[in-house]
Design a protein around this ligand. Structure first.
Ligand code: ARG
Length: 575
């Protein structure tokens, strides 16, 4: 939740100059021009381009003619070496030596915070992620949610937002009445110590089996939940115990993944506040009785009713979500709230947002259901059908075992092998998850995700480690006191432009809640670098050239590191 204090990166002087230039010579609004300037898809088209569509009204002409007119009106000069119209675009060439110097200096001075920005300063983003149900195993969808939520957390933080990460634990509801009843009949502390979640799961199963034969168990369970809701000390103690052993288990997985939360305010946290929420809904005339339950009717919006209270007065998942949203808005005053929850809950969030809208909560427009698809496993016992109950700890430990085997084979002399294997194995799992568009299903295939030459986390980590080794071999401090004009190769130019775009990649990944944008960015940066590295030598050139190239390669190293950190993947310096 650390509000971050990084200053805004220095303004791009080339963009500033182009905007000033167009304002001076052609009367365009500087502020309107700046955000429109893009890097053209091909270097032959110049270094920056201005799409002229936006100025149709102002010029009362088609964009193609606007571009022509601007080309004539604004002569090159200063940092701008050439201006050319190309269809509806106005293309600018700039002094590329100075462009390279500016970009590389920005990376060099920014170091670990290159890419960090301040547009989020003074604003808060709340992220609800992982949010598993206690007394059950973490599902694979809780892994996806944790990994995506963590990346969004880190990226928003880098943009200067205050971020509040919440694990909205499923720790309340009538099922806990069942669990408590089952534990009182058949549970044992010893079994709970040995395998907490296994034991609790077993109790659920047993409860349902026994309740078929003895329906009075259901009444006992209802009474137990009522006692829990009303704060009966004995019942409460038992429930707290279940919650605690569950959290200990969950934290093992979060710890392995390096994922943290600011709050574990789960569903139970809202127990005391629910009445007020329900009263508010009643007062607003939104709550009605249907089949003895209290609901918000949503027929008008083509949705089934949102259930608030059951016949027995017990509150429900949706009630607690309405209450939680109100609480979070009051407590944190967010400018955005992200619910990172699987696509199977689409309807729930549409209902939730509609109810909040009907309650007059204008801020509901800032709530987003960041949904995602399933993970399917290609191999063996980890098949699609069983996918839901795959034990996450098993996935993670298998990843580490496999990474260890690969490292044993590739680099048996590596020091600190265990640590690196953990970073690579876990990094592979995280990257595999994030490098697919969120809403698509992920097909998880060990041979693919751990391939050092594929589009994988280990590939990026490996490129990063190679770059660390280049810098180490250079043996001298890398500095900016070099002639960037020597970086004349096309791949050098492309690398510099890629580095320049890093801040933008973070911004657009965060804005669209699509970490895949940052993943693709990193893959492209690696691809460009590796192509360059295969054709050009960095070390052992004439001193001035090596000095310039090492600054470039060390900047690529820095950006790969910063980028991986922002998606929660660690960056070993050797592997
Ligand atoms: N506990 C739920 C589940 O495991 C997810 C909760 C998501 N967050 C929320 N605010 N509804 O399916």
């Amino acid at each position: 939740m650390t509000a971050n204090t990084h200053s805004h990166p220095p303004e791009n002087p080339f963009i500033s100059e182009i905007a000033r230039h167009l304002s001076k010579h052609a009367g365009l609004d500087e502020g309107a021009v700046r955000p429109l300037l893009e890097i053209p898809p091909r270097p032959e088209m110049g270094d920056y381009t201005l799409p002229c569509f936006t100025f149709k009204e102002q010029f009362k002409k088609p964009p193609v003619e606007i571009a022509k007119e601007l080309e004539g009106a604004a002569p090159a000069g200063g940092l701008i070496t050439d201006i050319k119209a190309h269809g509806p675009y106005l293309n600018f060439s700039v002094d590329t030596g100075r462009l390279a110097r500016w970009v590389l200096e920005s990376v060099y001075t920014g170091k670990d915070s290159y890419g960090h920005q301040s547009q989020g300063a003074g604003r808060t983003v709340v992220i609800d992620y992982s949010s598993p149900n206690i007394a059950k195993h973490l599902g694979v969808h809780h892994l996806r949610s944790a990994v995506i939520g963590n990346a969004l957390y880190l990226m928003h933080e880098a943009l200067g937002y205050r971020v509040i990460g919440i694990n909205h634990l499923g720790d309340w509801g009538t099922q806990f009445g069942q669990l408590i009843t089952a534990f009182r009949h058949w549970g044992s502390e010893q079994a709970l110590q040995e395998d907490p979640i296994g034991a609790l799961n077993g109790l659920y199963v047993r409860f349902h089996a026994e309740a078929e034969k003895d329906p009075s168990l259901e009444d006992q369970a209802r009474a137990a939940f009522k006692a829990l809701e009303q704060g009966d000390p004995d019942t409460r103690r038992l429930w707290e115990h279940f919650r605690e052993v569950s959290l200990t288990e969950f934290n093992k997985v979060y710890g392995a993944l390096g994922i943290k939360f600011d709050h574990y305010t789960g569903e139970s946290f809202y127990n005391e506040m629910l009445e007020e929420t329900v009263d508010g809904l009643k007062a607003a005339g939104l709550a009605t009785i249907s089949e003895e339950a209290l609901v918000v009717d949503l027929e008008e919006y083509n949705m089934p009713p949102c259930l608030l209270k059951k016949r027995d007065e017990a509150s429900l998942y949706a009630t607690r979500d309405i209450c939680a949203a109100e609480y979070r808005h009051k407590e944190y005053g967010f400018s955005r709230m992200l619910y990172v929850v699987g696509s199977e809950q689409k309807l729930h969030f549409r209902q939730l947002f509609k109810v909040l809208e009907l309650m007059g909560k204008g801020w509901v427009k800032d709530c987003v259901h960041v949904d995602f698809g399933l993970i399917r496993f290609k191999h063996g016992r980890m098949s699609t059908r069983e996918g839901k109950i795959i034990l996450l700890e098993k996935v993670l430990s298998e990843a580490v075992t496999r990474a260890t085997a690969i490292i044993e084979e590739k680099n048996p002399a590596l020091k600190d092998k265990d640590r690196v294997a953990r970073q690579v194995g876990i990094g592979a799992v995280i990257f595999a998850d994030l490098s697919t568009r969120r809403t698509k299903d992920v097909l998880f295939d060990w041979d693919v995700v751990l391939n050092f030459e594929g589009e994988t986390g280990p590939y990026i980590q490996y490129t990063h480690a190679r770059l660390c080794s280049v810098t180490r071999k250079y043996g001298k401090p890398v500095g900016t006191d070099v002639d960037c004009g020597l970086l004349k190769e096309k791949d050098e130019y492309l690398l510099i432009r890629k580095l320049e775009q890093f801040p933008k990649a973070i911004e657009s990944a965060a804005r669209s809640c699509e970490p895949v944008i940052l993943c693709n960015y990193l893959l492209e940066l690696c691809g460009t670098f590796n192509r360059y590295y295969n054709h050009h030598r960095i070390l052992g050139q004439e001193e001035a050239l090596t000095g310039a190239r090492i600054l470039l390669s060390d900047s690529v190293r820095q950006v790969l590191r910063n980028g991986l950190e922002l998606i929660g993947v660690q960056t070993p310096e050797e592997m």
